[in-house]
Design a protein around this ligand. Structure first.
Ligand SMILES: [Mg+2]
Length: 180
């Protein structure tokens, strides 16, 4: 079965370190100096005085206008996905997002020459658990908790998910290779 060899990777904050640029934009607009380490809650509005809608709009702006500035979470992520494909795994990128950002995600994946087998854009509130994979790497506490056994979850370390202490955690994508 396809799902037995498919590794699912989240995009934002697992492959693309989008919060770096999101915070640059936020700091410019509000004349602040927040850093990623300050965002210790998945719900950004619990940390910063900004509404849900403004948070989402700023993500859209960043992906539309600054996608070329969004760094990967480390320089070797394309090597990692190449290695996983070489070893016979499938790579499925599964990303929940606003539809308007979709083309810019494709441009970004091309820019960093990231190989993958397929990509799923989720526009509604469907759980990632419904999709075919045996292991998901994600940074969202909400997505992490939705994944049910026998599927496996690996938490990608970010300041907003440090309360998830009972899960396997990686700080860089290349640490995934030793877990397989
Ligand atoms: Mg994410």
């Amino acid at each position: 079965m396809v799902s037995d060899k498919t590794i699912a990777l989240d995009l934002d904050s697992v492959l693309a370190d989008v919060m770096q640029i999101w915070l640059e934009e936020y700091n410019t607009i509000f004349h602040t100096t927040f850093k990623k380490e300050d965002i210790s809650d998945w719900h950004i509005y619990n940390i910063l005085p900004i509404s849900k809608e403004e948070i989402s709009n700023l993500f859209i702006t960043v992906w539309k206008n600054r996608w070329q500035d969004i760094p990967p979470t480390s320089n070797d992520i394309a090597d990692v996905t190449d290695q996983l494909l070489d070893r016979g795994f499938r790579i499925s990128i599964i990303t929940k997002r606003e539809r308007v950002t979709m083309p810019f995600v494709s441009y970004w994946l091309d820019l960093y020459e990231i190989s993958f087998s397929d990509i799923v854009f989720i526009f509604d509130d469907a759980s990632k658990n419904h999709y075919p994979f045996f292991l998901l790497v994600d940074d969202s506490p909400i997505n992490v908790k939705e994944i049910l056994s026998p599927k496996k979850i690996v938490v990608f370390d970010q300041p907003w998910n440090r309360l998830l202490t009972s899960y396997t955690r990686i700080k860089k994508l290349n640490q995934l290779i030793n877990l397989l």
